[in-house]
Design a binder for this molecule. Structure first.
Ligand SMILES: [Ca+2]
Ligand SMILES: [Ca+2]
Ligand SMILES: [Ca+2]
Length: 449
């Protein structure tokens, strides 16, 4: 129950009178049509409880269950593509609930895009969604089962977050290594359009709910572990993490890594290669509809063990061969100098029976136009000995080098030392391709002892 002053009730009444043109339809098949930003009055006092949208687990709230008592419906059409917030302010006793569905009509058994499974401190209900211009969304407003009906307003407005680092445009900064506390509880955090559509973040859905944003600058080259999988974090917390290159709101190609669950469920664990002095943006949120956000701790540390980062293809992609093969360069094993012959740099999906080689550099990865594709290595570049790709059928060519081959290079070998970030790429002859060459995706790793 949430008491309100007589003054507030009087104000609500005024608002109702002012916006009396839309009160919400009782049936989801006949919703009140509204569009764009604005404040729209609703009245549930004579509404009946419908059959739709009554059993979604996403709308389960405390002991009151998933239902919407005496619900009314709006069909809201977005007039621009942006994050928006839908905010229900209602009579003191109504205990309002709010759901938004990605459909213009009855949702039947469809899960909502968002549901207000919590109350704001003043008892209001609110959700935020990523709206697409021209799309229509159906909005359900009712009471918690057992609470009375009443009147109120639905306010729909552009939304860039509740406070400071709820918005990717205003991240908080994390300094160095350590365990950092955050709070992405639903009363202080919202979900909008930011960082919600990265294909590499797809785990049932690409969304990261109740997300907060941080920047962090790498103090050294190395492999960093950004994780909520640590003893301080309860295992029931179902977080989701993403890390992007650079500062600012995500743009295509910025994503470095993403993770949902540590092992089988719950918190999240990213291992990624970072470059000294570079700033990264961290998005910390929850797996959609898996539970509330709230007080949490994210730990950032360098991994002390030898580890290998997978191909940085998302950063620097391959140049397909004349037969459409997509050359890939993999690191297999640990890039440890104490077992240099056990770490393999392996190029696959090459044209068969062609000469080629792997070249490497000790100044990190690049992504520069080169021979009709991309050069993935910052120079100076050192070439390893030419190998034949062997194989016979299309795309079955491959060759393999070890870390010992890099160490043996007369010039570059002296740079292959513990802590150095090595980038490499495979180059093969391909007479039918532009420039007569094909190129693999990039691979980079930090050498350890
Ligand atoms: Ca109804
Ligand atoms: Ca947010
Ligand atoms: Ca998770």
């Amino acid at each position: 129950m949430h008491a309100r002053s007589a003054l507030r009730s009087a104000f609500a009444l005024l608002v109702c009178v002012r916006f009396a043109f839309a009160q919400g339809g009782d049936e989801c098949s006949a919703p009140a049509a509204i569009a764009g930003a604005g404040t729209f009055a609703f009245d549930t006092t004579t509404a009946t409880t419908g059959a739709d949208g009554q059993a979604n687990s996403e709308c389960y709230f405390n002991g009151a269950g998933a239902g919407f008592a005496q619900d009314v419906w709006f069909a809201w059409t977005a007039t621009s593509s942006e994050s928006v917030r839908l905010h229900v302010s209602a009579d003191a006793l109504l205990n309002p609930k709010l759901a938004v569905y990605a459909t213009a009509g009855c949702p039947a058994f469809a899960a909502p895009l968002a549901c207000s499974t919590f109350a704001l401190p003043n008892g209001d209900a609110a959700v935020s969604i990523c709206a697409q211009a021209g799309s229509t969304y159906v909005v359900q407003i009712g009471s918690d089962p057992g609470s009375p009906a009443g009147t109120g307003t639905l306010t729909i407005e552009p939304w860039n977050g509740l406070g400071a680092n709820d918005d990717c445009g205003a991240p908080a900064h994390l300094e160095g290594m350590g365990v950092f506390a955050y709070d992405n509880g639903p009363n202080v955090t919202s979900t909008g359009c930011q960082g919600q559509n990265e294909s590499a973040c797809y785990y049932a859905t690409t969304a990261i709910e109740w997300d907060l944003w941080f920047t962090w600058t790498a103090p050294a080259d190395g492999i960093v572990n950004v994780t909520t999988c640590h003893p301080g974090m309860p295992t029931w917390r179902d977080t989701k993490l993403a890390i992007y290159r650079g500062a600012g709101c995500p743009t295509p190609g910025m994503l470095l890594a993403c993770d949902d669950d540590c092992v089988t469920a719950g918190p999240s664990d990213i291992v990624a290669l970072v470059q000294a002095g570079q700033t990264y943006t961290l998005q910390v949120g929850e797996t959609p509809f898996a539970g509330f956000g709230g007080p949490g701790w994210v730990r950032i540390e360098f991994l002390s063990s030898c580890a290998i980062q997978g191909p940085s293809g998302a950063f620097c992609g391959p140049k397909p061969t004349s037969h459409g093969c997509v050359p890939s360069l993999l690191g297999v094993g640990d890039p440890s100098l104490s077992a240099a012959s056990s770490f393999h740099v392996r190029a696959t999906s090459l044209e068969p029976q062609r000469n080629g080689l792997v070249f490497f550099g000790a100044n990190g990865p690049a992504n520069l136009p080169f021979q009709g594709g991309s050069l993935c290595v910052v120079g100076p570049l050192w070439r390893l000995a030419v190998r034949n790709t062997s194989g016979s059928a299309n795309c079955t060519g491959s060759f393999d080098y070890t870390l010992a081959d890099l160490v043996a290079h007369p010039t570059g070998g002296t740079f292959v030392t513990p802590g150095t970030r090595i980038a490499c790429q495979a180059w093969t002859r391909d007479p039918s391709a532009s420039f007569g060459t094909s190129l693999s995706s990039g691979l980079d790793f930090v050498v350890c002892q």
